[in-house]
Design a protein around this ligand. Structure first.
Ligand code: ATP
Ligand code: MG
Length: 361
């Protein structure tokens, strides 16, 4: 994403711990008011990036620019940045009010102003009436809101959230996800959110940066990443998908033409241009495969035999064997009534070239 005046600019940041390269020449801009999620497996460098932005860690190389100021060597308290940690890190011996006022006292705010700000933020996060309780007397979701209140109270330009929902159970987690997103919209704050949960990333973010081994794999909207993954890693990490091993045949306009065990298929790539004869992998999401009684008009059409079905409520997952592609398998997600209607007769399966992403390894 290009922005002439981003709030955050991470410029060629490398971080080494001994022989471990936690971040490998990372360059990234974050626009004002954006909800950006850093997504990736354990150890890919997510927390290290946040710690560098927060000033708790210094990069081995590269610079961090915040609001046009080079803050690379600035200590945390000098930066207009706040962080919410995975375990909330509330002070257990302090009440909700005291927890919230912590950052305000550090800023040197007067007692009267602190009181006003506490009231304002507690009302905003629906914590009225909880001011005198201790963290131990709150539910997980309430504690989460206090942690947010404490981080938001000093009005930081940038809020860093390192897996803040990891400790919550599934139901509460969904609820807090919605709340967090709503808070971000209402405050127009810039949120940099870390998770290794792809579903969480898809539901919450304006933009997702997928990380792997300290590098950016892909950077885009949730829809772009889901439907147009650039790499095999992204296709496999986000959602379930069909991966087809093909041979590159050529191009037809923008489309890439490939051979899949004797079937000619067409797909799109994100700038990746393989050579004719190369083995390539293409990804098509399960819900992009449609069933047809006769050969459909889609760019891609193959005939399959149903070899398995799983009922999932409103939808059905259907496993298909493609005899004309040397018995290769595909899996489709279809409406339950469509799934129930297929079975003994072979079925035509169709999908557009736009739904088929040719991946970089
Ligand atoms: N203080 C440290 N000393 C040595 N190695 C470290 C240190 N901090 C992080 N690392 C290493 O740097 C790499 C990136 O760590 P980081 O904590 O950023 O990963 P992460 O993406 O946040 O993972 P997780 O999802 O498990 O929290 C890992 O290989 C980790 O072992
Ligand atoms: Mg981490």
């Amino acid at each position: 994403m290009t922005d002439s005046n981003p709030l955050v600019r991470i410029e060629g940041v490398t971080k080494k711990f001994g022989d471990t390269v936690a971040l490998d020449n990372l360059t990234l801009d974050i626009a004002r008011g954006e909800f950006v999620t850093f997504l990736g497996p354990s150890g890919c460098g997510k927390s290290t990036t946040l710690r560098i932005l927060g000033g708790f860690e210094r990069p081995t190389a590269g610079r961090v620019i915040l609001d046009d100021v080079d803050v690379t060597l600035q200590p945390p308290e000098k930066r207009h940045v706040n962080m919410v940690f995975q375990d909330y890190a509330l002070f257990p011996h302090m009440t909700v009010r005291q927890n919230i006022s912590f950052g305000l006292e550090l800023k040197g705010m007067s007692k009267a102003d602190i009181r006003l700000r506490q009231d304002e933020i507690m009302s905003f996060l629906e914590l009225d009436g909880y001011g005198d309780r201790y963290p131990g007397q709150l539910s997980g979701g309430q504690r989460q809101r206090v942690a947010l209140a404490r981080a938001l109270a000093p009005d930081p330009a940038l809020l860093l959230l390192d897996e803040p929902l990891a400790a919550l159970d599934a139901k509460l987690r969904g609820q807090v996800q919605q709340e967090l997103k709503a808070i971000q919209r209402r405050t127009h704050k810039t949120f940099f959110f870390v998770t290794h949960d792809q579903e969480e990333a898809l539901t919450m973010s304006d933009r997702i940066v997928v990380m792997n081994h300290g590098r950016v794999e892909q950077d885009g909207t949730p829809e772009e990443l889901y439907f147009h993954p650039a790499t095999r890693f992204v296709a496999e990490f986000i959602g379930e998908t069909n991966l087809l091993t093909c041979e590159m045949r050529g191009q037809d306009g923008e489309a890439i033409v490939m051979d899949w065990f004797g079937q000619t298929l067409k797909g799109q790539s994100q700038g990746h241009r393989p050579r004719v004869g190369d083995t390539i992998t293409a990804s098509v999401r399960l819900e992009k495969l449609g069933f047809h009684a006769a050969r459909p008009d889609h760019k891609n059409a193959v005939k399959g035999t149903v070899v398995g079905k799983t009922f999932l409520g409103s939808r059905m997952s259907v496993d298909l064997m493609i005899e004309e592609a040397q018995g290769a398998r595909l899996r489709a997600f279809v409406d339950a009534d469509v799934g129930q209607s297929v079975g003994s007769e072979p079925v035509w399966i169709g999908w557009d070239s736009d739904s088929m992403a040719v991946l970089r390894e």
